[in-house]
Write a protein that binds this ligand. Structure first.
Ligand SMILES: NC(=O)c1ccc[n+]([C@@H]2O[C@H](COP(=O)([O-])OP(=O)(O)OC[C@H]3O[C@@H](n4cnc5c(N)ncnc54)[C@H](OP(=O)(O)O)[C@@H]3O)[C@@H](O)[C@H]2O)c1
Length: 419
């Protein structure tokens, strides 16, 4: 994907605001690089230069590890977060507000702001969840950027209709609507909502399931989108059966790591395609064969597959179709956003047209998140057939870094935000 320009290029002055007056003992590792202002007893302000995303990650990890609550992080020349004064902190405590990562315009991660916003209201068929962790998907990066343009009537023409990014989450039920029958306050759940990068989210009961008992909130939050796409691709659109052969292109990414494990659970012989550093990972999650795309072009090997899941779009549809057995199925699932009008350079739209008029072996689809699929994934996870692969975790305030990491297009498994 055309997404490598998301990393911070040079040191940037930052202001980090911590709740309360932090003791010098807890802040000593930062003393050389930051000016520390404790004049206001409600907050402590740190001002200094941050070199890159991992430097910021290290600073925030230190603050969290010594139990300091970070209220805001702002790149001073970019106005990425609202400055919080002591009186605002006090007022927030008295109001029905929550922390959230929001955006009011499309663009790079600079458009994201860490703000206090109103808590979501729930409808009769919805559940209010205290979000404990949120998963990050390439779709979050795309909506942040307003890509592809053709999707803007859905997401919002000039700015996103929904200010809060994130769809996948795991957390605890805080309250339920009058029509909700499957959950009650205190239940641990995972699923999908509109606005997961926040302390609270409203989610439809139909897109939630009980959290797998053997997973942490972070692991559970990684499952919904990637797990359900992999499941629907293999089961509903590939109709895979035991003894068949499958190829997963992009096997080390979010969807790929679930697809490889699910294919094995269905008794399929799986070939995974990934880059050199991920060969061991893809083998360790069950792939029978691993092709390193930096060494070998899998479309030239002469092998045939009953099912192909392509998460990358780096080969033409005709090159992929040639790899299918006569009754084989190809799911062109996604890829780059280099073409800003159509995702995957228009390949998925093209595949939809071909499927309709010419080629029944092409099976492009748009995921539809259902709790029945989450329940099946929960069962497979609790049986030990699938284990989420977590690349990195970030704090909520670091959501811009988390989205940039996923946007760079080389995630190892899933990226998760702890809330
Ligand atoms: N159908 C739907 O409804 C639906 C729903 C959600 C998402 N999607 C789409 O599905 C796609 C994949 O999503 P994801 O969450 O799995 O993305 P992801 O986590 O970002 O994974 C992308 C993977 O692609 C691999 N990759 C990059 N270049 C490659 C190449 N030349 N050859 C082989 N692999 C390569 C990367 O592996 P290396 O680091 O090893 O290169 C990375 O692991 C996205 O385009 C997304 O938009 C579709």
């Amino acid at each position: 994907m055309h997404r490598d320009d998301e990393a911070m290029p040079r040191p940037v002055p930052y202001e980090i605001v911590i709740r309360g007056r932090a003791s010098a003992r807890l802040l000593w590792p930062l003393q050389d690089d930051f000016t520390i202002d404790t004049a206001d007893h409600h907050v402590t302000r740190l001002v200094g230069e941050v070199v890159d995303a991992s430097h910021l990650h290290g600073i925030l990890t230190h603050l969290t590890s010594v139990n300091l609550e970070v209220i805001s992080v702002a790149a001073l020349h970019q106005h990425t977060a609202a400055t919080v004064t002591g009186s605002q902190v006090h007022r927030r405590d008295q109001e029905n507000t929550m922390k959230a990562m929001v955006q009011d315009t499309y663009g790079s991660t600079d458009v994201l702001k860490f703000e206090d916003i109103d808590m979501p209201q729930i409808k009769a068929d919805e559940v209010l969840v205290r979000v404990r962790a949120a998963g990050v998907n390439p779709g979050d990066w795309a909506i942040m950027c307003g890509l592809p343009y053709i999707a803007r009537p859905v997401y919002g023409m000039r700015q996103p209709k929904n200010r809060v990014r994130g769809t996948d989450f795991a957390g605890q039920v805080e309250a339920v609507g009058a029509g909700v029958t499957r959950f009650r306050p205190g239940d641990e759940v995972f699923g999908s909502c509109a606005g997961a990068y926040a302390e609270y989210a409203a989610a439809a009961e139909a897109t939630l399931a009980a959290k797998p008992v053997n997973l942490t909130f972070e692991q559970a939050a990684s499952v919904p989108m990637a797990g359900v796409v992999a499941l629907q691709a293999l089961r509903d659109h590939g109709a895979v059966e035991a003894g068949q052969t499958a190829l997963v292109n992009g096997a080390s990414g979010g969807i790929g790591t679930f697809a490889v494990q699910l294919a094995k659970a269905y008794g399929v012989h799986v070939t995974g395609v990934c880059s050199t550093p991920n060969v061991d990972l893809v083998g360790s999650i069950g792939a029978d064969e691993v092709i390193d795309y930096t060494q070998e072009d899998f479309t030239r090997g002469g092998r045939r597959y009953d099912f192909i899941l392509d998460n990358v779009s780096d080969h033409s549809l005709s090159a992929l179709r040639r790899l299918l057995t006569p009754a084989g199925a190809l799911v062109p699932n996604g890829g780059r956003f280099d073409n800003r009008w159509f995702a995957s350079g228009g390949r998925v739209v093209h595949a939809h047209l071909l499927k309709r008029f010419a080629d029944r072996r092409l099976r492009p689809f748009l995921v539809s998140l259902k709790f029945e699929d989450l329940l099946l994934l929960k069962e497979l996870i609790e049986d030990g057939k699938i284990t989420p692969v977590i690349d990195r975790t970030y704090q909520l305030i670091e959501a811009p870094q988390a989205i940039a990491h996923v946007g760079a297009g080389h995630t190892r498994g899933k990226v998760v935000i702890t809330v």
